[in-house]
Design a protein around this ligand. Structure first.
Ligand code: COA
Ligand code: ZN
Length: 318
């Protein structure tokens, strides 16, 4: 079966910023609501238009995001903004719809063990419960992105077969999702597994839009983006400064970093709509708020043509 062409140079790539959700969920010290709002507004100011702002999950499971409703109510949404939240169950869907999100990212894992750790139920139970979730969200006019966690491997079970990912994607399509987001929860994706998952989904669920969500745990997150681009995928999640990690997955670390992704895409001839300097400013703000250095590379080095004063650098005189 033929597969999509590579994304042509000059195309618009959608970046969904997930730092306020995937990043903040992992922070041990509670970040005041006003500071979360400040970060989201800085991300909008950088030109991002898709932001996963928070999660509507149990506040006992993720205390950091207990202020989901207040954060959503406090942000300034610019024209064309697309605000989403993560939802695991019907209660979350009801709360998200009430809070006025544009989109919801539902979550189920491709591996049984991670699904039990993350949402305390078997995969098939999550999927059956999604029927009521989808009905509620469709009635409220909320767009649904079907999230599949541990799509490229599970920290408890190892490799996850592409067919299992494709089966869940097909189920999502049957429920009425327009897109699926393949989550690389603990950075186990490689160019080969990314390609295999994309092909399996295109065969099982033709027409379903594929979004990619990589973590940079093993340093190949941006290489996996290049594979996605070669396979025609135009939508990527990333987090400001490379913040991130799942509290319910051993060894989870940050997402691919938004500034680094913007830099790579711009320097590869793609449109992102993001201003790199403002994106670096948003990352500096986030770094100051979490109080430790973030892994982003462009945050440290600056844009490629940043000029340094020769007077400030030693000369290697023999
Ligand atoms: N929002 C707020 N509260 C919720 C909720 C939601 N979406 N879903 C359940 N709750 C509350 C229930 O009201 C109940 O509260 P009570 O004990 O005060 O009556 C309590 O949580 C337990 O509900 P239950 O349905 O038995 O859930 P559970 O204990 O089996 O946990 C989840 C299931 C899905 C709620 C929980 O595992 C969870 O929130 N997981 C999210 C994990 C996550 O965000 N991971 C990172 C992203 S990948
Ligand atoms: Zn993630």
């Amino acid at each position: 079966m033929p597969h999509a062409e590579a994304v042509p140079e000059g195309s618009k790539i959608t970046i969904c910023e997930v730092g306020p959700r995937d990043g903040f969920q992992n922070e041990k010290v509670f970040i005041p609501t006003a500071r979360k709002i400040e970060v989201v507004n800085a991300l909008f100011a950088a030109g991002l238009r898709h932001i996963q702002v928070t999660s509507f999950v149990s506040p006992r499971a993720v205390p950091q995001l207990a202020d989901a409703k207040e954060v959503l109510a406090g942000i300034d949404r610019p024209e064309g903004a697309w605000v989403s939240a993560l939802v695991p169950n019907l209660r979350g869907a009801e709360r998200a719809a009430e809070a006025g999100v544009d989109a919801v990212h539902t979550v189920v894992s491709a591996s049984e063990t991670h699904n039990r750790k993350n949402v305390n139920r078997p995969v098939d139970q999550s999927l059956s419960e999604f029927e009521a979730v989808f009905e509620t969200l469709h009635k409220a006019g909320v767009v649904i992105e079907g999230g599949i966690a541990t799509a490229f491997g599970c920290p408890f079970e190892g490799d996850v077969p592409a067919q299992q990912v494709a089966r869940i994607a097909r189920r999502y399509q049957d429920l009425g999702a327009g897109s699926v987001a393949l989550g690389d929860t603990t950075g186990m994706a490689t160019p080969l597994t990314v390609r295999a998952a994309i092909h399996a989904i295109r065969d099982a669920a033709p027409g379903l839009d594929i979004h990619l969500h990589f973590h940079n745990t093993r340093g190949v997150g941006l290489a996996c983006v290049m594979t996605g681009l070669a396979e025609g995928v135009t939508h990527y999640d990333a987090s400001v400064g490379g913040l991130g990690g799942c509290p319910f997955a051993a060894g989870a670390t940050g997402n691919i970093c938004t500034e680094d992704l913007v830099y790579l895409l711009q320097e590869s001839g793609f449109e992102t709509g993001v201003d790199l300097d403002r994106m670096i400013a948003a990352a500096s703000l986030t770094q100051e708020i979490v109080g430790r250095p973030l892994p982003g590379q462009v945050l440290k080095a600056g844009p490629r043509l940043k000029r340094h004063d020769p007077e400030m650098t030693v000369t290697a005189a023999g």
